[in-house]
Design a protein around this ligand. Structure first.
Ligand code: AMP
Length: 380
């Protein structure tokens, strides 16, 4: 495509503190969120005739942390295709050459809200259990592809008003440092499993802990384990009516964790009795089943914690069980060394640029993820 034609396809618009340079097919940009990687906007896509979300990754190759995350996200989003994982609709860069390359724009399905906003709402067990089911389906699909998330949190989970749910990101790379990252952005660690916070070995049910924390938060309306840094504060008290928690203790070592692990399930069962009144029962068994599931997810000892498959079979969840959702064929990840890659800034820049060009090439032939795309989709 010649340079002039390409230039004419883009326009520039200020959104908050950032400037978006997007294809003209995307109009009516409005900021809807921001994360560690940058700003996300909603927009109307005139080609697809639908609303979409556009995330700008500014200079994603600027350092190792940003580059690895951006590259991993791009590769995985292109491979994964499941109704509970956010789908990629388009990828573009307004820059024309590798030398000029600066920013990547990811166009995704637009959802209505993230889970932080849902936590404030009144829920019934039907909705709560359906949301949890979808989270578990998405997680199982990632696990089937060898991706263990380790960093699920409400801000990375989005929903629609019809109660459908999608996971927004792919968590921490196997080789990612879980300590402080070199970024001014504050990383929320409230949902990370004890074994992640302590940098211990982990297995797939590390993600079940996070689902447990999210479920407890939806039940209580507030964060279950607020803590800072590498210290996970467990505020346990046998009397849930006592809002002033009198036994705060910090879990800073594995041995200390082990001494406390038996206390947690009974604590969960205890606070649930009170807090569950917030959630409207649909069936009489709902409350006891919800309490049972939560106490099996929030077990510090991972070897005794429920697995994703067991959680999907739990009576609170399995009412939604649909094999086409739970047992969808796993995605094939094209880059086998995705998590092991270490590169210089210049190498990352080239790798990310190649991924963007590869998308443009693939969509040019009218094929997205093996699915025929409409003509409107390819003719920008
Ligand atoms: P992220 O940069 O991916 O962490 O996203 C930051 C925030 O933007 C999220 O917490 C959501 O509130 C919002 N967001 C991101 N992607 C979408 C989307 N596809 N639909 C709706 N909201 C989104």
């Amino acid at each position: 495509m010649n340079r002039n034609k390409r230039e004419k396809e883009y326009y520039s618009i200020d959104v908050g503190d950032s400037t978006f340079m997007v294809l003209k097919r995307y109009q009516n940009l409005r900021p809807i969120g921001s994360g560690a990687q940058g700003i996300v906007c909603s927009a109307y896509d005139h080609n697809l005739e639908r609303n979409v979300a556009i995330k700008k990754l500014s200079r994603p190759f600027q350092n190792q942390t940003h580059a690895k995350r951006a590259y991993r996200e791009l590769v995985l989003m292109k491979c994964v295709n499941h109704k509970n994982i956010i789908g990629l609709l388009n990828v573009f860069t307004p820059q024309k050459t590798l030398e000029e390359f600066q920013d990547v724009y990811l166009v995704m399905e637009l959802m209505d809200a993230n889970l932080c906003q849902v936590i404030q709402m009144e829920l019934d067990h039907e909705r709560l259990s359906y949301l949890l089911y979808q989270m578990l389906c998405g997680i199982k699909h990632l696990h089937a592809a060898g991706i263990i998330h380790r960093d699920l949190k409400p801000s990375n989970i989005v929903v629609k008003s019809d109660c459908t749910l999608k996971i927004l990101d792919f968590g921490l790379a196997r080789t990612a440092a879980t300590g402080l990252l070199m970024t001014p952005y504050v990383v929320t660690r409230y949902y990370r499993a004890p074994e992640v916070i302590l940098g211990m070995g982990y297995q797939a049910n590390v993600d079940v802990w996070s689902v447990g924390c999210i479920m407890a938060e939806m039940v209580r309306g507030s964060v279950l384990f607020p803590g800072t840094d590498r210290i996970l504060k467990l505020n346990l008290h046998p009397n849930p009516r006592n809002a002033v928690l009198s036994h705060p203790f910090c879990l800073t070592s594995c041995s200390y964790l082990c001494t406390q692990r038996e206390k947690l399930p009974s604590y969960c069962a205890c606070f649930m009795s009170e807090d569950l009144k917030r959630i409207k029962p649909v069936f009489t068994a709902d409350t006891s089943q919800a309490r049972d599931l939560l106490s099996k997810m929030l077990v510090i000892d991972a070897s005794k914690r429920i697995s994703v498959d067991e959680a999907l079979q739990h009576p609170y969840i399995n009412v939604w069980y649909d094999p086409t959702e739970v047992e969808a064929p796993p995605p094939v990840i094209t880059d086998k060394q995705l998590d092991e890659r270490e590169h210089t800034v210049e190498e990352w820049k080239e790798l990310i640029y190649k991924e963007v060009l590869d998308w443009e090439e693939r969509t040019k032939n009218g094929v997205i993820r093996g699915q025929p795309a409409s003509i409107a989709q390819v003719q920008q």
